[in-house]
Design a protein around this ligand. Sequence first.
Ligand code: GDD
Ligand code: MG
Length: 358
Amino acid sequence: MQAIVLVGGEGTRLRPLTYGTPKPMVPIMNAPFLARTLERLHAAGIDDVILPAGYMPQAITEYFGDGSQLGMKITYVIEDVPLGTAGAVKNVEEYIRGPFFVLNGDVLTSLNLREMIAYHEEKKGLGALHLIKVEDPSAFGCVVHGENGRISNFVEKPKREEAPTDEINAGTYLLERAVLDMIPTGRNVSIERETFPKILAEGNALYAYTTDDYWIDVGRPQQYLDAHRHILSGEMPLQLEPGLTGQGNVQGMIIAPVHMDGDVLIEPGAEVGPNVVLGEGCRVGSGAKICDSVLWDHVIVGKGAQIEGAIIASGSSVGDGARVGRGTVVGHDMVIEANAVLAPGSRVGPVAPLAQAP
Ligand code: GDD
Ligand code: MG
């Protein structure tokens, strides 16, 4: 079995984080999100992975190389212009030999891929789509199906009151190779808006595979923070290298759960937690308080600073006594002045993007 992981999106909803790091490389518990997805594929015995990329691809290729360190084979196909979620799949056609998985690159889930394969083999449709029930489907693609699972309709990003169902496309598909013949070449094609509806219109069957797994799309700041809270609480089972939690030079107070990488320094009188992740080389000054936040690598927090519900990218610093309000997102290498007050929901990033899609 092969898998295509879609990693070409620009991650606009995670800006300014994604000016410096493409969405698949955004860290989840201090490791790139894509590494978590690849681990999951590897655990399911799927080691032949194709990555259609386009936005800041070198950050991905440099980190994962040919995949041999993970015991996998990774093939990169770089798009000069974004081809869309189906166009990207069509563009890697030459590498696909049989039925294959397609995974959205920003979904964190406990879905069992082996069981999904068994479901697809039983249903014998042109494809099986993983669905999940959510409270508000308006940010997702609604998928309508009958009792036997056969899908009858797709409604992408409906208004909340117009959503036909609470079951949404969860971004994992298992497709027969024949699906590739139904995607046109040479232009941007959306699998959700164009290819899936076309498959139905031509009388072919797609089946819904609805599960109650843990599932979250980390493509927005609040969901990114939620995902960390869920991992820290154990709600989302995630295999972590043993011993990482609690390392570092802790002279201040830790309020569990907190996860930190090596070489972290927490000075006396500082208070870290609950629900905090600190990346490599972070420094927390005396008297500082941090809760419900994710700090990437080498973030310096000054004495007496207060950070609540924020995401701070690598290399940034928060000055002494500064206050960072809930929902704040700080990009790479930013400097927040001493005693500054950032209102909830602030975005602190470069005036001009550090990098743009080609
Ligand atoms: N290679 C490539 N090229 N990848 C792309 C492109 C492209 O042009 N456009 C998007 N992607 C990748 C993104 O990087 C992401 O991993 C995935 O395709 C989905 O794109 P998003 O932009 O994150 O889509 P969404 O979250 O708004 O909606 C999709 O996911 C929902 C579940 O999270 C849809 O599939 C919805 O139907 C679904 O409910
Ligand atoms: Mg998404």
